[in-house]
Design a protein around this ligand. Structure first.
Ligand code: SRM
Ligand code: SF4
Length: 573
């Protein structure tokens, strides 16, 4: 039998002494970039080396053919919960060591961009000083655990928050390498190298090689799927009766990434695996993670996510293996499923006498520029009111624990800094998301975050003309098919396929429980909205009562929609 050749990343992890590799030495040298192996390992510490393509282009013009290296630093924020002090410190870091912007991600985390290699240790050290961590924000490990960010003072919400924290703690890697490099002095680091501990003592869940690939967990409510639970490797969907959580449906094997040139890859929604009692969630989660650890594909990283293991085995075999690791049979899923989705934007009552304000942040980017000074506004609000903060999975932010008397002043601060209030943001823009893409993302084929605002202006204008401005549907744009803002279950998915061109997907919906289909390929940026206008007209004329745009597109199907659009353009529609 021929030997299976593991991917080079597996060998690297195995030989890295629990994610150390050469990071310690390279942090000390004067080079402006890390080696290929260190770059791979650094992801587990929460940082990606990037090459800013705008700066590279400018440098080339000036005759310098080198790369413009910098680091992206991702901070984990379980359930998106952080304090004013923490946000202020991250904003200071963005100004002092980053590119002066801070980004709220589609998984309720924070990202600094443009940190130079020589400043990486200081950045991560300071993040730890404010009781946050970058450990396992990226890499082959469970990432930031997502949870509904709404600050309702209901015991059910608090129970869910505790579960998010428990899952996050449980799956945080234990390697001392993180502390050595970023918290202690790296020159005295590596002390524990000779430690003599067993693998089980150092990394009881993951062992030396961690997981075959990234792993994503979320906890949500049926009536409010604001964490997009069906797109996760592992989801726990609370089943609620009489105001209390009686257990969780376990969903496994969601994932959005696809490589069009590799026909074996696909986006997938999670499958309903089982129902577990609240006090068994951690054990079941550990069993699922360990099955992926032991049976996930470590040969081909393109096929290493949990969804491929489940596809390959079938759900029944997968469940049997999870049961074996868990040590008992698992009950079938409860019939409850997701029914709604709340973005939590605007003013709302918490139920404890306080209120909160959900502020839409366009594509998650917190910055000051000529049009809007969101960064300064958030600083002023944090300093004046010290609200609690919650990041949403739609790249936005909730300002919590405010007295009703603060409402006017909060709004005034936002207006003074020319920040558009959520109430003044169109429904379609509020539900839109774009990934980072250019210039920092190394995998970007084309623009996303930088072009979506203009595309949304066009959507706003056309939808208003048609009297559809109040329609709630999701528009999600990415600069490549990896799916970082989950475009494959949205009403309208715009997936970068070539420079300035997008594959247009239709037929998903707000609640996120079905995949969309390809409507048209290689649509130029300037034609995205005009391509959709005939379909909006069709929708307006022939929708059924309460039918959403995604539902309508699904009912009509690609052929019918295309035929209508052709007739419309020929003047017959
Ligand atoms: Fe992502 C890779 C940004 C959420 C699927 N993602 C990347 C990298 C790190 C590019 C790279 O590997 O070099 C991007 C860094 C860009 C930059 O400059 O910051 C990147 N992903 C992001 C963020 C920041 C998008 C955003 O604008 O918010 C999100 C950070 C989330 C976080 O806080 O942890 C982000 N990425 C997602 C999601 C959505 C989610 O998790 O809910 C997905 C789809 C779900 C999934 O994982 O299947 C996602 N990212 C990917 C993939 C495809 C994975 C796959 O299974 O094929 C890649 C590429 C890869 O891993 O090889 C990727
Ligand atoms: Fe980069 Fe592609 Fe993810 Fe966008 S979807 S951030 S372009 S990897």
């Amino acid at each position: 039998m021929s030997e299976v050749k593991l991917s080079s990343t597996e060998t690297l992890k195995e030989q890295s002494n629990y994610l150390r590799g050469s990071i310690g030495q390279e942090l000390q040298d004067a080079s402006d970039c890390f080696s290929k192996d260190a770059v791979q390992l650094l992801k587990h510490h929460g940082s990606y080396q990037q090459d800013n393509r705008d700066e590279r282009k400018a440098a080339r013009k000036a005759g310098d053919s080198g790369k413009a290296y910098s680091m992206m630093v991702r901070t984990k924020v379980p359930g998106g919960r952080l304090t004013s002090r923490q946000l202020l410190a991250e904003l200071d870091l963005a100004d002092e060591l980053g590119n002066s912007t801070l980004r709220v991600t589609s998984r309720q985390a924070l990202q600094l961009h443009g940190v130079l290699k020589g400043n990486l240790r200081a950045a991560i050290h300071r993040i730890n000083e404010i009781q946050l961590t970058t450990l396992a924000a990226c890499g082959d490990v469970p990432r930031n655990v997502m949870g509904c960010p709404a600050p309702y003072a209901h015991p059910m919400h608090q129970e869910l928050e505790r579960l998010v924290d428990a899952l996050s703690r449980h799956f945080t890697p234990r390697t001392p390498a993180y502390r050595e490099f970023w918290i202690e002095d790296p020159q005295t680091g590596q002390r524990e190298l000779a430690g003599g501990q067993t693998e089980d003592e150092i990394e009881p869940i993951f062992g030396k090689t961690y997981l075959p690939r990234k792993f994503k967990i979320a906890v949500g409510f049926s009536a409010d799927n604001c964490v997009d639970i069906y797109t996760q490797d592992l989801g726990f969907l609370a089943v609620v009766r009489d105001g209390g959580i009686i257990g969780y449906n376990v969903l496994t094997g969601g994932g959005m990434g696809v490589t069009p040139s590799n026909k074996a890859t696909f986006p997938a929604l999670a499958k309903r695996l089982a129902f577990v009692a609240p006090d068994r969630v951690i054990e079941v989660a550990e069993a699922v993670v360990k099955v992926q650890r032991d049976f996930g594909n470590r040969v081909d990283r393109k096929l290493a996510r949990l969804k491929y293991l489940i596809h390959h085995w079938g759900l029944e075999r997968f469940k049997a293996q999870v049961e074996e690791y868990y040590g008992a049979p698992l009950a079938d899923p409860h019939p409850d499923d997701i029914t709604g989705f709340n973005d939590h934007l605007g003013w709302d009552e918490q139920g404890d006498g306080k209120c909160f304000y959900g502020l839409n942040i366009e594509n998650g980017r917190i910055q000051d520029n000529e049009q809007t000074q969101l960064k300064s506004a958030l600083r002023e609000i944090c300093r004046s009111f010290e609200p609690g903060l919650r990041l949403t999975s739609h790249q936005s932010i909730l300002l919590t624990d405010l007295d009703a008397t603060a409402k006017t002043e909060v709004e005034q601060i936002l207006r003074r800094h020319r920040v558009r209030l959520s109430e003044e943001t169109s429904t379609v823009r509020r539900w839109s998301m774009a990934c980072v893409a250019l210039p920092t993302c190394g995998l970007a084929i084309t623009e996303s975050e930088r072009v979506l605002p203009d595309v949304m202006d066009q959507f706003d204008a056309e939808l208003a003309k048609l009297g559809l401005a109040q329609e709630a549907f999701t528009v999600r744009m990415t600069g490549c098919p990896n799916g970082c803002v989950r475009p494959y279950n949205s009403d309208i998915g715009l997936v970068g396929k070539a420079v300035g061109r997008y594959t247009l997907y239709l037929g998903g919906r707000l609640v996120g429980d079905r995949l969309n289909f390809v409507y048209k390929d290689l649509v130029p940026t300037a034609e995205i909205v005009s391509t959709l206008v005939p379909l909006f007209v069709y929708f307006k004329g022939e929708r059924l009562a309460d039918e959403s745009f995604g539902d309508f597109c699904l009912r009509k199907g690609q052929d019918d929609l295309t035929a209508w659009a052709d007739r419309y353009r020929a003047g017959e529609g």
